[in-house]
Design a protein around this ligand. Sequence first.
Ligand code: PA5
Length: 447
Amino acid sequence: MQNIKLTIDKAFGFVSEEAVAGYETKVAAANAALHNGTGKGSDFLGWLNLPSSIDEAHLADVENTAQILRENCEVVIVIGIGGSYLGAKAVIDALSNSFDWLQTERKAPVVVYAGQNIGEDYLYELQEMLQNKKFGIISISKSGTTTEPALAFRLLKTQLEEQQGKEAAQKLIVAVTDKSRGALRTLATQEGYKTYIIEDNIGGRYSVLSPVGLLPMAVAGFDIRQFVSGAVSMETLCGTETAFEENPAAIYAAVRNELYKAGKKIEILVNFHPKLHFIGEWWKQLYGESEGKDNVGIFPASVDFTSDLHSMGQWIQEGERTIFETVISIQSSNYTKTVPTDAANLDGLNFLAGKRVDEVNKMAELGTMIAHIDGGVPNLKIELPALNEFYLGQLLYFFEKACGISGYILGVNPFDQPGVEAYKKNMFALLDKPGFEAESAAIKARI
Ligand code: PA5
């Protein structure tokens, strides 16, 4: 197997090669602080050596649970929000057939998501769709108290019990949560659900290699061993033993911090394949929650090209010059599709006849990169030899490690998210949650 490859030469000209190389000592200190547990948020470093600590028994157990759900369900609902669903959705979407949900002859249950919003219509339509279906639930919440997933779980658990009977429903619910705290743990113990633990020292957005990510992926039919194996290889490559210039996480952390210093306050993660949309969503959470605090931090955004070249392309090309892009490039597509010749050539596309669609896409990618560089947008590129479990495991671990290093260079705690509490406090006050009486009076006086 090869490795994913980071290329940063198209950032030079905006920042100097010497300036990026100048980060070597800082990056080494940040990487060492992660490994020694001497940096900020060091009680949340369980993700760091997680890939290499996953053993055969654990993988077999996750696969076994997944198999039970696969054999007994047409639909599996993954309930979770933020880090409790984005990683699984990112990988499942990236590896699934784009039209999978339309297929009637299915080998695996359809995986759908709930608890990632409070949309009444969403929940209504989901429950309608499930009415005549055999379904199961994977309920994921580290705290076990997050409102969105708890609300969805209450609705769906009730529906499952009504449709299947309580005893059968118990066998179709899996809880992934804290080992001892939280309402989900209490409920799981009381009802006798199969459970998986999210370790105390693994934060939600760094949990994709725990059962939070692995169980849904296995249910969807993907090879979690390959995914873990890709992550293990990246764990080694991004470790403290690797020289600065050979360590992709070190280089990515260095260059994005230097670009930020040079006024590039926004980073867009770009893909040229619609399946990768949720890789962007996962990445935004990872970097947004990890770095956006203390009034600093690159704003992470994401775009799907070439679709968004016809919407956001204008801003990227000519808007405020505060942006840089990181392109995820897939070297080889999984399938071949050639442009046909057309005798009439009324659409004028015969110049493409005989070419692979992927070649057209690749020229769009190259042309866009050159246009953006000309327009003042530095370009970083991450190449995946192919879109499969192994390289996605590499990619996601690479981003996690780079995020830890990058956050330390920036001077923040990349493992907390104090800002997320503000909306919750107001929502609870507005909904008269017991214990929020003073906040309730105060907020109601403002509206
Ligand atoms: O990264 C994080 O910690 C958050 O995004 C959490 O994953 C999210 O808020 C869900 O929390 P919980 O798993 O406790 O329900």
